[in-house]
Ligand binder design. Sequence first.
Ligand code: TXA
Ligand code: MG
Length: 321
Amino acid sequence: MLLDTRNDEAAALRASLEALSEGLAIGIPTETVYGLAADATNPEAVARIYDLKRRPSFNPLICHCCDIEMVGDYACLDPLSEQLATVFWPGPLTLVLHSNPVNRLPSITTAGLDTVAVRVPVGFSNRLINSFGRPLAAPSANLSGRVSATTAQHVAGYFGSELPVVVDGGPTVLGLESTILRVVEGSIELLRPGAVSLEEVESAVGMAVTIPEHSPAIIAPGMLSSHYAPRTPVRLEATEVRGDEVLLTFGQRSVRGSETCVRVFNLSPGGDLAEFAAALYRILDEADRLSASGIAIVPVPASGIGLAINDRLRRAAAPRS
Ligand code: TXA
Ligand code: MG
């Protein structure tokens, strides 16, 4: 059942609360991407998420809380994490924290780790968690390995009638997943670039963020080389496009072959990378339906949100297992 918050938010909230209380998983909008959400404290409900997504169970989920107090019920905030939380919550930042030893989430939620990834989202999802009174485990609402959903229709396309409720809040504002950080011995590590840029983090805390050379303790699918992938092969750094390819571009660059290729998508004619990020997953999904032989994408600068865009594009283009 698709319920639009813009017509009747109260009805969407009621139906969501009912399904969550029954231990079911539902589709919800956040400011980053749509989430496949269930009661983080209910192991059977969380198991449904893994099942629906066909997600490997070694990959822990992000727990969404309505405020820092709820986070404190389940996790320990060191002073630096608390500073980050104060600046960026509610918002697209996920912190990996030590679990609260006296009140642990079920091990299926955290994949048995003694840490938990938490974030405080904006908007409908925040109001929903507040009314529910418990955190929601919510990975991105896509089949494991595929492009994250930024519209309710995209969620319904993945899961169809398997979900009792998909809440439609319109296209998500940011279009890229949250940035994941963790504090280790007083320094901040970037585990996944995302909607909050490194520059924003560094200027908020006045210190450099480190990018770990080795993969973190868990190898998460979001950190595997092939992820966020459309079915059509993706070709990066394109300076020309072939007749049987689709082109993704932005700004006003001229790309050889664009007059005769399958289709050109300009994700931001004004050359704004935030606008590019917001449109990326939706356009990858659309481009994927055109039966082209490939999706060619022009070079994207790696500064600001461009770091996260390049991260997702590399994974979308990586050889598939
Ligand atoms: O914007 C977002 O973060 C979206 C929306 C729905 O909130 N959620 C999202 O979740 O992207 P998901 O499950 O697709 O990605 C969560 C990432 C995974 O790569 C997972 O491995 C990592 O967070 N993660 C979760 N718990 C962790 C932990 N304790 N330590 C390290 N990484 C963790
Ligand atoms: Mg994901």
